[in-house]
Design a protein around this ligand. Structure first.
Ligand code: SF4
Ligand code: SF4
Length: 385
């Protein structure tokens, strides 16, 4: 397993980290983690050299931390680094912060956290953060030793990142980085800002919610032609891990097969060559063409007060667009593709229920103009009837 050492962190961290937010579940219920499979994946990850495990208070409807505590406490505490996050947006005062923090230590069956993050410290959440006084509380926890390294995660622009870096002292930062968002979401700028300040970067969404492991046909062909044996996920992971400012790359693994594929990538890690970078650029161009709406399906825009299922509506449009591109001579296939996703929505969840209140807008890390996009989807639905 490839490892990275940063003097400010003071120990070797595996370049592949295990994100515990997409664990295998039973009956499609997010809080119903399949303990048997998930525990065996944790054991295999440790055996394969992964020593960084990332969870959060809110993952798996609050069940990820109790799972992590149970699965990891079967192993020596110094064989892994535990990272978790305070749900900043839920914390109105320091009593709530203390209660949440104490609960987390209990769930995780530990008396210290190696890496602790303020979760999703974007511009909106920053107002709550200022009001609650959370930073001073967490600094105190660090001074007392129950937090070893303090950081934050965010989906926002470089200006907001600069503000957070200028006003506070941080040991690391977690950002969304992948070969699609490097330019379109200015993720490359975020990365460079952090490197300039010598702050280790932890990468989330390297495979963009799984989208970069399920590429449109043309993009998949570009990669396959160059290396028939390499998985699509391995290209995405190598792209981010090739940046030397990255401490670890979090992969939210759901199946033992994904874990094995990722372990293989990092057991004999090879940074991307300039020629491979060009190939990836071609795949990225095709990806953007096939999926014009940059939605990752993260769900931060939910719940919509009018009942619209925003991510699924956007997915219907992207699915239509991809199939349309792949079947230029047979437009009916794309119509079926659209109805297979859009038609599965309840009437109340469909795009036409959007009243353009704009409540969802500030929550979208991809800055998608959701109301106007939903209007376009409604028009498409009507035109395909
Ligand atoms: S703008 Fe539309 S989709 Fe967004 S919250 Fe309002 S009604 Fe829901
Ligand atoms: S619209 Fe934005 S917030 Fe909603 S699921 Fe897509 S990317 Fe996430």
């Amino acid at each position: 397993m490839e490892k990275r050492y940063f003097p400010s962190i003071g120990k070797e961290i595996s370049l592949l980290g295990f994100g515990l937010m997409r664990l295998p579940i039973v009956n499609n219920v997010p809080g119903n983690i399949d303990y048997e499979v998930a525990e065996s994946m944790v054991d295999r990850a440790l055996e394969g050299g992964i020593n960084y495990f990332d969870t959060a208070y809110v993952y798996h409807a609050g069940q990820s931390e109790p799972f992590a505590g149970k699965a990891l406490s079967r192993h020596p505490r110094d064989s892994y680094n535990l990272a978790t996050k305070m749900p900043n947006w839920q914390i109105q005062n320091l009593d709530q912060a203390k209660e949440t923090f104490d609960n987390q230590l209990g769930f995780l069956q530990t008396d210290y956290l190696d890496f602790y993050l303020v979760h999703n410290l974007n511009s909106e959440g920053y107002k709550v953060f200022l009001k609650s006084g959370l930073y001073d509380f967490l600094r105190k926890k660090k001074d007392e030793g129950s937090i070893r390294h303090l950081g934050f995660s965010m989906h926002d622009n470089p200006q907001h990142l600069s503000l957070l870096l200028d006003r506070y002292e941080w040991d690391f930062t977690q950002i969304q980085l992948n070969y699609i968002d490097w330019q379109s979401m200015k993720a490359g700028e975020l990365y460079r800002l952090l490197v300039d300040k010598n702050i280790p970067v932890i990468v989330m969404e390297p495979v963009r919610g799984g989208g970069l492991a399920n590429l449109p046909a043309e993009a998949a062909k570009v990669l396959k032609d160059h290396d028939p044996l390499a998985s699509q996920a391995s290209w995405a992971l190598r792209f981010v891990a090739s940046n030397p400012g990255v401490l670890t790359v979090l992969s939210g693994m759901t199946t033992p097969a994904q874990l094995e594929d990722n372990l293989a990538t990092f057991n004999s890690f090879k940074p991307l060559t300039p020629a491979e970078g060009e190939i990836l650029n071609k795949a990225a161009d095709n990806f953007r063409l096939a999926y014009p709406i940059p939605c990752t399906g993260c769900g931060y825009c939910m719940d919509c007060p009018s009942g619209v299922n925003i991510p699924v509506n956007l997915a219907a449009y992207n699915h239509y667009s991809k199939v349309n591109l792949e079947n230029p001579d047979n437009p009916i296939v794309a119509v079926f593709a659209f109805t297979s996703v859009y038609g599965a929505l309840q009437d109340g969840e469909k795009s036409n229920n959007c009243v353009a209140c704009e409540e969802c807008l500030s929550h979208c890390p991809q800055k998608i103009p959701i109301p106007s996009t939903l209007k376009k989807i409604t028009e498409l639905g009507a035109s395909l009837k």
